[in-house]
Design a protein around this ligand. Structure first.
Ligand code: BT5
Length: 256
């Protein structure tokens, strides 16, 4: 169970995930959140970069120490975190995002949030888990290579009459929401209690997507997720399971 959440804030760090890692190795207990105004070395998955320029976005990471968790349940935590961000954006701003499995929230076809879950093992067990969340809040423009596929809270609110995001308020709402979903997840260590709600918000459900694995790329229809939080797709009438971390899923007409 996740109960108390404790917040620390820094103006600038390399990566909030790395800050949590250091504290975790110093035996910090579960529930610490480190957020930063700016990251100088924000990380995406598999060595990619995450842009979090000065005070425009949220960069926030949480330390978890799930007891007796199996290794295969760890990627599902990313899926749970995606639900929390979607929920927080909807409840505060009425922004009705979709979850692009496994780790993005998209609005109007563009990415507003990315999630990076990392962990370390000790003595053959999961020692700690870091859930890192980046959300674009005040960003008005983006570096050229991502401009076509990135959006922010303020840019989306501008389309529906205006308004501004508030980074601290949104950060707290995200982690409160995460606590709610995580405590449901941890009872079964899977998506049994969350799957239906998740699937209601899954981008591309029922649509054709392109699965880009390292050695292979093919088209499929996205059907939903299984209780492990893995994506179920159909290829020529046959179901396949896509595991987190292995692939990218793209819509066939663009980023989403
Ligand atoms: C992610 O990776 O989306 C995970 C991002 C996690 C960021 C958080 S911030 C707090 C914590 N501390 C960290 O150091 N990281 C976490 P991935 O699915 O691999 O997507 C990365 C790709 O998203 C990049 O290659 C770009 O194409 C794109 N991208 C980078 N910055 C972006 C931004 N601000 N908005 C939208 N897209 C972006």
């Amino acid at each position: 169970m996740l109960n108390d959440i404790r917040y620390e804030y820094f103006e600038s760090v390399d990566s909030t995930n790395d800050r949590i890692r250091l504290r975790a190795r110093e035996d910090e207990i579960q529930g610490l959140v480190i957020s930063a105004g700016q990251q100088t070395a924000g990380k995406g998955r598999i060595g990619r970069k995450w842009e979090s320029p000065s005070h425009d976005s949220i960069a926030t990471s949480l330390l978890l120490r799930p007891e007796e968790i199996s290794l295969e349940a760890i990627p599902t935590i990313t899926v749970v975190a995606a639900m929390a961000v979607r929920d927080a954006l909807y409840r505060i701003y009425g922004l009705n995002g979709k979850i692009k499995w496994p780790n993005d929230i998209v609005l109007d076809g563009k990415k507003i949030c990315g999630i990076l879950t990392e962990m370390e093992m000790k003595d053959g067990k999961v020692w700690y888990v870091v859930v890192g969340i980046g959300v674009n809040v005040h960003n008005k423009n983006f570096p050229e290579d991502i401009a076509f596929k990135a959006t922010s809270v303020d840019l989306e609110l501008a389309k529906t009459g205006g308004g501004h995001g508030h980074r601290e308020e949104l950060t707290k709402e995200i982690w409160n929401s995460f606590k709610k979903y995580y405590n449901i997840f941890i009872e079964t260590q899977d998506m049994t209690g969350l799957r239906e709600e998740y699937e209601n918000h899954l981008a591309n459900r029922g649509n054709r997507v392109r699965i880009e694995a390292q050695e292979d790329s093919y088209e499929a229809v996205a059907k939903g997720i299984n209780n492990r939080g893995e994506l179920i797709v159909e290829v020529d009438g046959v179901e396949r399971i896509i595991r987190t971390g292995e692939v990218s899923v793209r819509g066939i007409y663009g980023y989403v």
